[in-house]
Design a protein around this ligand. Structure first.
Ligand SMILES: Nc1ncnc2c1ncn2[C@@H]1O[C@H](COP(=O)(O)OP(=O)(O)OP(=O)(O)O)[C@@H](O)[C@H]1O
Length: 361
């Protein structure tokens, strides 16, 4: 089912939790709402679910106005961060619940409900645990029961609010891949909220980056990473160095770091963004910078280089073998050269909205 969000606004008192949100979610899409705490992700999800009403704007599901339709009639399944399972019911009773409470006219027969529950528990890979109670399950297993319960009523839209937020990193990763497969198998429209950029980038077809009740950018994961539209998106997705610099004679210049020739219009002071992975380190006894720290972390080496310029400390990430071949050491004087750099148009320090993507030559 497609979802159209047109100019949605939501205020809590005088506080604007959502401000003029426009978004189209395609039928069968897996979409992430990504943003820091308080950016409005949950409020938007709750409006789609019918648990919250906007102060302005339209919500259309499958082309028709959904705001007049009650939550229970919107064909939506909802899973929260804290799996609210019924503790006194077994796994299979929890999953069957949504079907058993239906009015008699639309309630499937007992045998049909049992068959559907078996099928769902197969999907979430919990067939062996049907008779357990929630207390006897791990966090990841409980969250899968919560998903099966949401799927029991055959929703056309699945809404997930930080579904794996309370779980440890390894279980989160497993459940993430599993959710992707489940989504592909069932083919419904799925929207999930997360503040974990890795989760959003790995799992979603498209990611909506939100900040302070507004959409900063919508795009496929690699588009957001390679072509961030705003300084906020640039800083939020992956780490980045922000250097004082300028645009001069049609190119970007930053203090203390050599940049490739990047043609940019205008003449202005600018914040220059360079990712740690986009910088090469060249030993040079006459260079003003020196290495302060080197950490070897799995396959990568993280370096801090101190520049004698307003740029201060620069973070760099190199393949481990480059740093550990005895070529680089703490205290060593080095020159920095970047393969990529970005500035954002119309700004003198980071607030502009027009991107000036600046791929390396
Ligand atoms: N019922 C409410 N009354 C007053 N303010 C609210 C209410 N619900 C949400 N807010 C405020 O609206 C803003 C957006 O909240 P929301 O829960 O949508 O953010 P979020 O991006 O989901 O954050 P988190 O990641 O922390 O869950 C926050 O500043 C929050 O304090």
């Amino acid at each position: 089912m497609s979802i159209d969000i047109v100019g949605i606004a939501k205020n809590f008192g005088r506080f604007a939790a959502l401000d003029d949100i426009h978004l189209r979610v395609a039928d069968g899409e897996l979409l992430a709402l990504l943003g820091p705490s308080g950016s409005g992700k949950t409020t938007l999800l709750r409006i789609i679910a019918g648990l919250e009403w906007p102060d302005g704007g339209e919500l259309r599901m499958h082309g028709s106005n959904a705001l007049g339709v009650r939550a229970s009639e919107r064909g939506v399944g909802f899973v929260f961060q804290h799996y609210a399972l019924f503790r006194h019911m077994t796994v299979s009773d929890n999953v069957a619940f949504g079907l058993q409470v239906r009015p008699r006219a639309t309630r499937p027969g007992k045998a049909d409900i049992a068959a559907r529950v078996r099928e769902l528990l197969r999907l979430v890979q919990l067939e062996a645990l049907v008779d357990r109670y929630p207390d006897q399950l791990s966090g990841g297993q409980r969250q899968r029961v919560a998903l099966a319960r949401a799927l029991a009523v055959e929703p056309r839209v699945l809404l997930l609010d930080e579904p794996f937020g309370a779980l440890d990193a390894k279980v989160r990763k497993e459940l993430r891949r599993w959710l992707r497969r489940l989504h592909d198998e069932l083919g419904m429209t799925t929207i999930f909220v997360t503040h974990d950029q890795e989760e959003a980038l790995e799992l979603a077809d498209r990611v909506v980056v939100m900040s302070q009740g507004r959409i900063e950018q919508v795009g496929r994961p690699h588009e957001l990473y390679d072509q961030p539209a705003t300084p906020f998106v640039q800083r939020f997705l992956g780490s980045v160095n922000a250097l004082p610099g300028r645009v001069e004679a049609g190119r970007i210049i930053a203090e203390g770091i050599e940049l490739p020739r990047i043609a940019v219009p205008g003449e202005t002071e600018a914040t220059v963004f360079v990712r740690p992975q986009e910088i090469d380190v060249v030993p040079d006894a006459d260079a003003p910078g020196h290495i302060r720290f080197i950490w070897l972390v799995g396959p990568v080496a993280r370096l801090e280089v101190e520049l004698q310029s307003p740029a201060g400390i620069i973070e760099i990430e190199l393949p481990r073998e480059v740093a550990s071949a005895g070529r680089l050491a703490v205290g060593q004087r080095v020159r920095l050269t970047a393969r990529q750099a970005r500035v954002f148009g119309g700004q003198g320090g980071g607030a502009g909205r027009d991107p000036v993507p600046a791929p390396a030559a």
